[in-house]
Every structure is written in structure tokens, then in C-alpha cells.
Design a protein around this ligand. Sequence first.
Ligand code: PRP
Ligand code: URA
Length: 209
Amino acid sequence: MAQVFLFDHPLIQHKISILRDKNTSTKEFRELVHELSMLMAYEVTRDLPLTEVTIETPVATTKAKVLAGKKIALVPILRAGLGMVDGMLSIVPNAKVGHIGLYRDPNTLKPVEYYCKLPEDITEREVVVLDPMLATGGSSSAAITFLKDRGIKNIKFVCLISAPEGIERLQKEHPDVPIFCAAKDEKLNDHAYIIPGLGDAGDRLFGTN
Ligand code: PRP
Ligand code: URA
């Protein structure tokens, strides 16, 4: 079963609480998503392999550890996943970025794909799928299936707020994909919105409604 990494760091919890507040402005919301993504990138990259090199400090020669250069690709699910890209890139600046466009049909609640552009060498990379919201899990599961159909094996999923229903679905449909989330909420409402959640992440990030 897929591992779930739930972040209990006080800075993350504090920022998530401000993000949820309906009085938080679009500007502040954007900044918070950026900061949260940066903080989460630290944990998401914990298993990056290291290699040893010899370096010279001003006073001695020593062996030191550096990143082995494992290649990463970030794949935000449009639209709301876009808000998480820059924060992640500030920690892994050499990552390539692919995009998958999916929206949730408001009537069927099923994901509809409308865009896909991925780096050519994506199958050689560890892929980090980004979406602030994991509600029914329909969008993220479809995006991950889509990536696997293109031969991608090494995938992680990172979200800010999750519902138990979404976690359960991802674990069932993609048991090999670890899930990183800043908060696990109570439930979904009748419109499959996360309760208490933060509302519509795309709208809050881009100032639409
Ligand atoms: C939101 C969110 C996820 C999806 C989560 O996107 O960003 O992609 O809903 O719901 P699910 O787990 O039930 O699939 P939305 O469909 O609202 O599109 P948008 O980002 O373009 O606003
Ligand atoms: N998508 C959102 O943006 N918010 C939710 O609560 C559920 C799906």
C-alpha cells in the first residue's frame, strides 16, 4: 500500500490554517502555496541519492557528499498545481516541468483531460505530481495513470489538503505512489468539496470564481 507522509511541522500547520481562511487574499494565498511547496520539497527529496567527492576547503582536503544528480520532473495538474511549481523549483532548480491539464466535470465529477506536454526524457526522471487538492482522487489518479501509460515508473504525489476518500482511492489504484500531504481533512461534502478544506484551490489561486 502507498505510504502517506503527513506533515506535522508547526510552520506548515500555521500556513495551512491561514490558507484555509476565506478572508485570505489571492496574493497571500499564492505566497502561502509557494512557501508550503518549498517546505514540503525538503521532505519530498529526502531520499535523493548522494555520492562522495573530494573537495579542498581552505585548510584541508576532505571527502564530502553531494547529490548524485538524480533527475527530477515536476508535473503540476492544471490549473491549481501551477501554484506549487515555483516553490518546488526553488529547492530543485534543475528539475524539468511537464504539464497535465485536467478539470473535474461538475456534473459527473469525473476528470476530463485537455492538455499534456511532458519533457522528452521524462521516463528517465523521478516524477513529482503536484496538485494542492486531493478530494475524490479522480484527477490525481487519472493523471498518474496517464503518466504510467507513457512508461513512467517512479512517481510521487504531493498535495496540500487531502480527504480520506482521495487517499484511499490513490492507495488502491496506485499502491506504488507515495503521497505527501500537509493536511488530512475530515470528509467530502455532497459536491465532493473537501470539508473543512479551503474551497476551490484554482479559484483562490487565480482570483476567479
Ligand atoms: C481541483 C483540484 C484537483 C481536483 C481535485 O481542480 O485542483 O485537480 O479539483 O478533485 P478530485 O480529487 O475530486 O479529482 P479543478 O477540477 O477544480 O480544476 P481547476 O484546477 O482548473 O480549477
Ligand atoms: N477541488 C478543490 O479545489 N477543492 C476541493 O475542496 C475539492 C476539489
